[in-house]
Design a protein around this ligand. Sequence first.
Ligand code: SF4
Length: 637
Amino acid sequence: MESKLIAKGFTGKILHVDITKGTTMVEEPGEAFYRMYMGGPGIGIYYLLHEKVQRVDPLGPDNVLVFAPGLLTGTQSPCVPRFTVCARSPLTGALGKSEAGGYWGPQLKRAGFDAVVVRGQASYPVYLWIKNGIAEIRSAERIWTEETGVAQDRIRAEVKESRAQIAQIGPGGENLVRFACITNDLSHFNGRNGLGAVMGSKKLRAIATYGSTQVPVVDGLKIKEIFRWSSDQFKTNPLTQTLHNLGTPAGIATNNALGVLPTNNWQRGFFPQASEIGADKLAGYLISKGGCFACPLRCKRVVSVNEPDFQVDSRYGGPEYETLVMFGSNCGIFNLRLICKANELCNRLGIDTISAGMTISFAMQCFENGILTIKDTDGMELRFGNEKVLLPLIEQIAYRRGFGALLSDGSRIAAEKIGNGSEAFLMEVKGQEVPGHDPRVKTGMGIQYVVAPNGADHWFSQHDPFFASADSPGLREIAPLGIFSPIKDVDLDTDKARFVLYGAFLTFLYDLLGACVFGFVGRGAIPLSLVLDLVVAVTGWNTSFWELMKAGERVHTMARVYNNRCGMETKDDKLPDRYFSSIQGESDYGHEGLNREAFTTLVRKYYAMAGWDIDGKPLKGKLYELGLGWLSDDGDI
Ligand code: SF4
């Protein structure tokens, strides 16, 4: 059959899998579809909306799970390895959307598909094997209950392809832990929103892919030229150099020095032992710097501990900033090799380190305040700094055993069960635990946390400090979007809302393309003009940066419609109360709490700027302007 597709960069094929019936079907939606929805969350949210997957049980057969690499993913463009997974989230009840790098997304494109859409629920454990355009559902009974490393080895042996890339869940996903993740190559994660539990509910243990076909592009020489240029820039740009040399753990020292390092469940912003868990100490366990497909930046940490009484396996990568904070300062723990082990254990068992660490630190604060006692915790002294509880609790959570079972549904549901005022210690938005970035000193982060469709998400828009001064490289680079004045970290003026909105369109665009934010504006060295050049070099489209930003805006609005249809309301766009009081620390850093009224007003302004009404519902005119009239005609907005 002749393909309907014209543009290069796509395979033109979307694989649909009915896992209840055990059948597969290939759709060829044609170029108009790709031009509108491009890839990643555009394709993912399209299917969720199109098939009205809103009020379904997130862990039932009617939820739909979409895996979609970005438009540029799989080409030799620099820093574009990412793919998105979407479904209704069991953690938030809203849009589940999570990106991962690594090698799986490129391999899916090489195997012949732009996305995989999974429906139904298998009656026994299965995995999907996709090789060079052929998809096959296989029994996963031999690997069910195994840790991720064992499962990966067995699947590769079974399909007789050592280069197969495996996106899979671990025991956490099998046991429907509401913050279970999806891992690929054991060290890259669709970490957030509990999408691993959606896979688990479908009894889909893994999707293995292998392809030997290059993703076609229009102008390979241009892509090579941009790749070489970017590699050179990364060697001299101070931000990308820091990322390469120290990785995200560099943020530990920076944030502690500013008095904004989450400590003891966010009760303080300064951790006296921060130097014990920072990038310099981590270097002592570093065996290499890891990376993703076609990324010259290589920012990932790969650690190993090989001591007589303690081992950490390097196959599972190493802790990022978020993991070091959540299991470290936020639990009051400064034993770095233990944190490396906690990271490895989460990766073996397939649970998100941010939500795991945050849920444990929430329970610690409950314990310290007498709301939980050792009678509740199976005898565990759940105090901040108690190293002994960390690994047993992670295991209990992943296997839903003992006291840990209470935490397996995330902190919000745990608080509902614990009661007694425990909700005062929650640090979550829409049920998703907050990552390690404090909105009191990055007010734009606060807006992000509340308007992001998927709960507290630090990759919904850009981070304020990279645009804070007149000489910030980020500010120079973002000027083509019409942002010329410094974005002060603590301002709550209309410019801040505009910055977050444009940043959200840009970040959604990166997700549509499969781009990693570390390589691009405002963290990296690749300017906006080259993003356009890459799209043209890959697709051959007669396009503009205006069209690309509109694509980002389109999916931003689609996500809002999806959430509204899930029953989310403006009251769900709410920060934890703690951010409205000042930050406590060892010394007075002068970080005031957010002004509640000013913050609420700004969120309303964000709605208005986005073309949403006072209730956060996109206006019909905005839908038509974005080419989304079908959503207006289709039901509730
Ligand atoms: S910068 Fe880091 S996370 Fe991003 S693509 Fe490169 S190696 Fe992966």
